[in-house]
Design a protein around this ligand. Structure first.
Ligand code: FES
Ligand code: FES
Length: 157
């Protein structure tokens, strides 16, 4: 079946999508390797998180067919290695990135939180990261990076 949607703001049409395939499989088949996953494939680890119409969701739990006409954003929305987003820079400053496997998903959840609520408190930040497993850190580094962004004037993120 054909799938038409916006990927990181660009109109995208893929012809080789099979009914029943999940979005994670389809994204990675189209070289979106920045979407991590194929770990738990049941929504528990958060590594495959994307933004669907601005809401963080594990892409392994979404049928690809469900994104027809919608907006899908991956970490490429925020920046690239030469032009890191301020939130990505804050993660680096705080030592929040170790192996990096969980980071694209965490950044997208943090970004969605800061768009919705530019000054979240620690509980709200912890809640936003609750769907993400990180085997390298104790989560404190990511929380402190997001808190740094939350202290900025509105719109600075
Ligand atoms: S692979 Fe999707 S949440 Fe774990
Ligand atoms: S930085 Fe390695 S899993 Fe989070």
């Amino acid at each position: 079946m054909q799938l038409s949607f916006k990927l990181n703001g660009s109109a995208t049409q893929w012809e080789d999508v099979y009914p029943g395939e999940n979005l994670l499989e389809v994204l990675r088949r189209h070289d979106c390797w920045e979407v991590k996953g194929n770990n738990c494939t049941n929504g528990e680890c958060g590594a495959c998180t994307i933004l669907l119409d601005g809401i963080p969701v594990p892409s392994c739990t979404v049928f690809a067919a469900r994104v027809e006409g919608r907006n899908v954003d991956t970490i490429r929305l925020l920046g690239d290695p030469d032009h890191l987003h301020p939130l990505q820079q804050a993660f680096l400053r705080h030592g929040a990135v170790q192996c990096g496997y969980c980071i694209p998903g965490m950044l997208l959840s943090a970004h969605a939180l800061l768009v919705r609520n530019p000054h979240p408190n620690r509980d709200e930040i912890q809640q936003s990261l609750s769907g993400h497993l990180c085997r390298c850190t104790g989560y404190l580094q990511q929380i402190e990076a997001i808190e740094e962004m939350a202290r900025l004037p509105e719109g600075a993120e």
